[in-house]
Design a protein around this ligand. Structure first.
Ligand code: URA
Ligand code: SF4
Length: 251
């Protein structure tokens, strides 16, 4: 039976409900992320009081409906106009894949992604899949997303302000996917999550983003241009898998 221990608000928007679950060890908190669409006045009375106590089935049902979901992020992204990239997109490209494992963050959709509405389905994607498979992973077994969700015209680099406008979706994805580790591929992903761009100086270091262990590597498209980078990418992929397995077993 879940026990409510509190809730986290940003202004009057409910961001998180914190419960402990009888199924988990008492010290482990189960966080339910609620998305940012509800205000206190829309919440049931008990929630705005932040009372602690046992959760009833009714509560659980209410929480389930309030729970922010990746589907909701997808819907928001598809209708988003927060930066000017919406004007030239064919399809917005939300992230996709498995939750609770490795999360890969690229730069921005290219031409193929823009047409299909899916990340990493072009040449860079094929190369990425070959690396995943060499490391014993499948595309379906990881979560793949981008720093910006709409294609910049002519595949130019996304601008800082576009990355900033799109960052809330990326952060929301991290909250909802709850990955064991995040691999930032390329300078735009690093900028989105670390505020720094230099892949060469960020490689080989360990970071924490939203509480998740993270590393930086080259972008797959950079490997298409410069095959010498491939061995570095593989090294970084194996390093993040190692990090994932060691941090993952500490809990
Ligand atoms: N490059 C990216 O950064 N993302 C994609 O989805 C495809 C290519
Ligand atoms: Fe919105 Fe991101 Fe697309 Fe800009 S790139 S319009 S912020 S979804």
């Amino acid at each position: 039976m879940p026990i409510f221990t509190g809730a986290v608000f940003a202004g009057n928007l409910l961001r998180q409900i914190v419960v402990t679950d009888g199924l988990f060890s008492p010290r482990k908190r189960l966080l339910l992320y609620v998305g940012c669409t509800r205000t206190i006045s829309e919440l049931p009375l008990e929630a705005s009081g932040l009372a602690c106590g046992s959760a009833s089935l009714k509560w659980r049902a209410m929480l389930a409906t309030m729970h922010g979901s990746l589907e909701e992020v997808r819907r928001q992204v598809e209708k988003c106009r927060s930066c000017s990239l919406w004007q030239t997109r064919t399809k917005a490209v939300p992230g996709e894949g498995a939750t609770g494992g490795l999360m890969l963050v690229g730069e921005a959709p290219g031409r193929d992604e823009d047409l299909q509405g899916r990340p990493f389905v072009g040449r860079a994607g094929k190369l990425l899949e070959s690396f995943l498979s060499a490391a014993g992973l499948s595309r379906e077994g990881v979560y793949i997303t981008n720093a910006v969700k709409c294609r910049p015209p002519g595949n130019r680099r996304p601008k800082s302000e576009e990355i900033a406008a799109c960052r809330p979706y990326l952060l929301e994805e991290i909250e909802l996917v709850r990955p064991l580790a995040v691999l930032m591929m390329g300078s735009s992903a690093a900028y989105a999550l670390l505020g720094k761009r230099s892949v060469v100086s960020l490689r080989k270091k360990e970071f924490t983003v939203q509480g998740v262990p993270a590393r930086v590597t080259f972008h797959p498209a950079a490997m298409l241009r410069n095959p010498a980078l491939r061995s570095y990418f593989m090294e970084d992929l194996l390093a993040i898998l190692h990090l994932m397995s060691t941090k993952g077993t500490q809990n």
